[in-house]
Design a protein around this ligand. Structure first.
Ligand code: EPZ
Length: 432
């Protein structure tokens, strides 16, 4: 289905979530959206084929495939794998409306510049959760020797001189931006000389990207820490069967689904060190959690209020702030939830209040007083993770909660209703 049709379709759709059903058994975690999308753009760095496995089935993956095909990449998708061959790139700019809806596609400016010596990519717009500038991405590309102009909403970058090759440089990020780290890393791997990225983002998705690049012949070290070092190479080869890491945000969402329904549950696969801060907070609020390899077993006790502040990795992830707030709405006591990453990522508060939650907003902080029982209501997910939070709230509310905003949900959760229903929830998608 073409991406535009998919999102039109899901505009009208609703998820009817009937509350009060316990979950049981196992919830399986798909490959990480925020890794798969960036790994797909890394295909631009080589004329050989790269094959990625454990690819989640999401509209964002389809969107990224469409963008890369528009650049000349051959894309073939299998059941849970995708093969990408960027032998012939046509030098065009990806279409604005696709870049605007799919932020990760802006990161393609890094590999395009590293491979071709020039790139034109539309500036990604802000979105509901914040302005989301790309200043750091542009600063880093300039440090590597690119001339970068932003005019009429298009970022044009080129490497002066006949060589058309970037030059290694020392880059210090003002903020540990995930996208900027990934964009600069993909530009630096083909640069002439050594680059260092200081104050780099340490998210697991950055590590996954570095691991893929090294399996393509790059020389990257330090990813996952605050300083990444890159020894530039002349060219990169392809690679086959590279597995995308499990989605830590989907896994965290599932753990919170278990907690909010007070259901013992197994969530797998999980790489435990990708969720340390989240596991700690779930333990603090009354869940016992057992880890055996890549399987996490959660057994909720009485849920009591705990405070969270969102931070760059390894702190508590902003992408789980909304789902955790839904859980705190049903906890005993008052929790303070501070959103420090995005300036406008508390819009789900109004939706939770419609379900009887008792929340007071003070700037970028929500003070949540737990209530005995949420009540079902028609609600809307205002961003990808807020939509997931509304589903969680619906799992515990009295009655049937009708959740709109599925075009967000379908971007980042692979068949959420089928997974939850298979574990005992009653979640039905109604297509008017
Ligand atoms: C990635 O976005 C994720 N998206 C986001 O997930 C996630 O919330 C975010 O990292 C933080 O973890 C993808 O990986 C595709 P940032 P990204 O650059 O790279 C500010 C989801 O729900 N900033 O680390 O765009 C920015 O405004 C999505 O799956 C600057 O100030 O995030 C934001 O406040 C949502 N200047 C903060 O840093 C810059 O130049 C984090 O942004 C760049 C960013």
């Amino acid at each position: 289905m073409v991406v535009a049709e998919a999102s039109q379709e899901s505009l009208k759709q609703r998820l009817n979530v009937s509350g009060g059903h316990a979950l049981k058994g196992t919830l399986r975690v798909s490959g990480a959206k925020n890794s798969a999308l960036v790994l797909m753009t890394a295909s631009l760095l080589s004329e050989e084929t790269i094959e990625l496995t454990n690819i989640p089935s999401l509209t964002d993956i389809d969107g990224m495939s469409a963008i890369l095909e528009a650049l000349g990449v051959q894309v073939s998708q299998g059941a849970d794998r995708i093969r990408l061959t960027a032998a012939e790139l046509n030098g065009s700019a990806p279409p604005y409306e696709l870049v605007n809806s799919l932020r990760a596609s802006f990161f393609s400016i890094g590999p395009l510049l590293g491979r071709l010596g020039h790139a034109r990519v539309p500036l990604p717009g802000g979105c509901r959760i914040g302005a989301r500038p790309v200043v750091e991405h542009i600063r880093g590309l300039k440090a590597l020797g690119a001339v970068v102009n932003v005019e009429h909403g298009i970022v044009t970058a080129s490497v002066p001189g006949s060589k058309k090759r970037l030059t290694g440089a020392q880059i210090v990020l003002d903020c540990p931006s995930v996208g900027a780290t990934e964009t600069i890393l993909m530009a630096a791997v083909l640069a002439d000389g050594v680059s260092t990225i200081e104050n780099a983002a340490q998210e697991p998705e950055v590590q996954d990207l570095a691991n893929l690049l090294n399996s393509m012949g790059a020389q990257v070290s330090g990813a996952g820490g605050p300083v990444i070092t890159v020894q530039g190479v002349e060219r990169l080869r392809g690679c086959s069967n590279y597995p995308v890491i499990p989605d830590r945000i989907e896994a965290g969402t599932f753990l919170m689904a278990a907690a909010i329904t007070r259901s013992p549950l197994v969530v797998e696969p999980v790489i435990p060190e990708h969720l340390s801060a989240v596991i700690q907070k779930l333990r603090d609020c009354g869940c016992s959690i057992e880890i055996k390899g890549r399987a996490v077993t959660i057994t909720p006790g009485e849920i009591t209020a705990v405070d969270i502040t969102t931070q760059p990795f390894p702190g508590f992830p902003t992408d789980l702030q909304a789902p955790f707030m839904a859980l705190m709405c049903t906890a005993k006591g008052t929790s303070v939830i501070s959103e420090k990453i995005y300036e406008n990522r508390l819009q789900h508060v109004a939706e939770l209040q419609r379900m009887g939650a008792s929340i007071r907003l003070e700037g970028s902080t929500a003070i949540v007083e737990g209530v005995a029982q949420l009540s079902a209501a028609p609600v809307t997910g205002t961003d990808l993770r807020a939509a997931a939070a509304m589903v969680l709230a619906g799992l515990s509310a009295k009655g049937i909660t009708e959740v709109a905003g599925l075009k967000h949900l379908d971007r980042g959760y692979d068949d959420l209703e089928a997974k939850l229903s298979a574990a005992g929830a009653e979640v039905k998608r109604n297509i008017p």
